[in-house]
Design a protein. Structure first.
Length: 479
């Protein structure tokens, strides 16, 4: 366990070009977690990158030494990006004597780099060699990445090109968790007074969205109620939204409806009974997310419930026939050690969820945890890495397999999030949102629609995050 003290190391970087700036700072941050990294000069460690046509001059400078690398880029932009990343990585490895399990990989969708390799017909060994040579990805992570990519590909290959998803966003929660940076509204008296108007706004936006779906000749195969905690708007409002959906969508195309029930303090019999009625003719996937089974940690992260409440919610849902349940778990929560985490996994397995999503803690910039993390102790990177391996082994022993993956900024150890499930219980929406091969229609405050065009071009449409502003724009009223 290590104290989460703010790293006082000051790091600066400078470049005469905008080229690869994101990768520049992301790889530096991965080697120096918690350090202050700013564009400019000075600092305890200073990086510089000068571009002269295809030539690059890269420098790392400390108070007592300077390390420099000169290299050439190539015509291909993607390959040049990797060349730059590897040379920067080599400087950092030389300086810190560290290696990163994900090497120079910076994107949140790592399996997307494997798809073209599989489509080219490369065998496993050739793909491992490519990932390790081009991205410096470790052997373990390369094997996990290929395994997940193959499973994702099997799911996507069963979909028609016209398949699409519809996301319904309700960014409201009873309270905000310590680690959360999402633009989520706490259920204050004022927010509660807006729920009726918010529901009307959602339905109004959905009505316009159906027209777009028809114009694009799309078929909605997955619905996703996300948040926040969607159940907080009450069963009558939930019913209004579902009624509108079923009146306008062709139900026989819908293969999955995911409902983020989230916390047990938002789950009641009326909600479960209604979802169970839908589940008789459509596949309802319920999310009940403990994050941890340790009650002390639940208090620390701002949850107003115990793990016993989670267990009761599971039993009740299963009694209503809702057996397709996902559970989110977070590895690396403040104050937890190896035994705490292993206890959580073993406790969650006893609930018999059909899928378990393992998140590595991310210290997000806008979260309360980012400003208070010096008050807590955290697992070190080696322990987190070891527990990720242990988790994969124990879940696979219990019949779960990894079917989707994504990464986030500022994750402990620069690791990954992985979704595991029992065969036949893959979360379709999760794969589709990650791989960006199909249109994603999104309604609600903070929702982001994604439209995929030829040549893998993607356009995004962002809704305002503030509920008042969202209502005002959709209903054209002053709130």
């Amino acid at each position: 366990m290590a104290k989460g003290v703010e790293n006082n190391l000051r790091i600066t970087y400078f470049s005469n070009s905008q080229k690869f700036l994101y990768d520049f700072q992301h790889i530096i941050r991965a080697f120096y977690p918690g350090a202050q990294v700013k564009f400019g000069h000075g600092g305890d460690i200073h990086f510089e990158a000068y571009f002269e046509e295809m030539n690059v001059f890269l420098k790392l400078q400390t108070q007592d030494k300077t390390i420099q690398k000169d290299f050439m880029l190539v015509c291909d932009e993607h390959e040049s990006k990797r060349i730059f990343g590897r040379n920067l990585y080599d400087l950092l490895k030389q300086e810190t004597k560290r290696e990163l399990p994900w090497g120079i990989l910076t994107g949140i969708r790592p399996t997307k780099i494997v798809y073209p390799l599989l489509e080219q017909g490369l065998n496993d060994e050739q793909i491992y060699n490519f990932l390790q040579k081009e991205y410096y990805i470790s052997d373990k992570k390369s094997k996990l990445l290929l395994k997940v990519a193959k499973n994702e590909m099997n799911i996507l290959n069963k979909l028609e090109p016209s398949s699409a998803c519809l996301y319904i966003g309700i960014p409201i929660c009873p309270t905000k968790c310590l680690y959360c940076s999402f633009s989520c509204h706490e259920m204050t008296r004022q927010v509660k007074s807006l729920i009726g108007m918010y529901t009307d706004s959602l339905i109004c936006e959905l009505e316009k969205t159906y027209q777009k779906i028809e114009e694009n000749k799309n078929r909605i195969v997955a619905l996703y109620f996300g948040g926040g905690s969607p159940a907080v708007i009450g069963i009558e409002n939930i019913k209004k939204i579902f009624t509108n959906l079923f009146e306008n969508l062709e139900k026989y195309h819908i293969r999955e409806i995911t409902f983020e029930a989230g916390r047990p303090d938002t789950i009641d019999q009326k909600l479960l009974q209604y979802l169970a009625e839908i589940n008789q003719y459509l596949n309802v996937r319920l999310c009940i997310n403990p994050q941890t089974s340790n009650d002390n940690t639940l208090k620390i992260i701002g949850r107003n419930h115990t793990f016993e409440d989670i267990k009761k919610a599971f039993v009740l849902a299963q009694e209503y026939g809702l057996i397709n349940i996902n559970s989110d778990v977070i590895l690396g929560l403040p104050g937890e050690d190896e035994n705490d985490y292993k206890k959580t996994i073993n406790d969650v397995l006893k609930l018999f969820p059909t899928s378990i999503t393992i998140h590595t803690l991310s210290i997000k910039r806008a979260s309360l945890l980012r400003f208070k993390w010096n008050e807590y102790e955290f697992m070190d990177e080696e322990t987190v890495n070891s527990l990720l391996d242990w988790t994969q082994n124990i879940l696979e022993e219990h019949g779960y397999f990894p079917y989707y993956m994504y990464r986030q900024k500022n994750m402990i150890g620069n690791f990954e999030n992985v979704g595991y499930c029992k065969r036949g219980f893959e979360g379709l929406y999760n794969v589709m949102i990650m791989q960006e091969k199909h249109n994603i229609y999104a309604c609600g405050a903070k929702a982001v629609s994604k439209f995929v065009y030829e040549g893998d071009r993607i356009e995004r449409i962002f809704n305002p995050a503030d509920i008042k502003l969202y209502i005002s724009r959709i209903l054209n009223v002053e709130v």
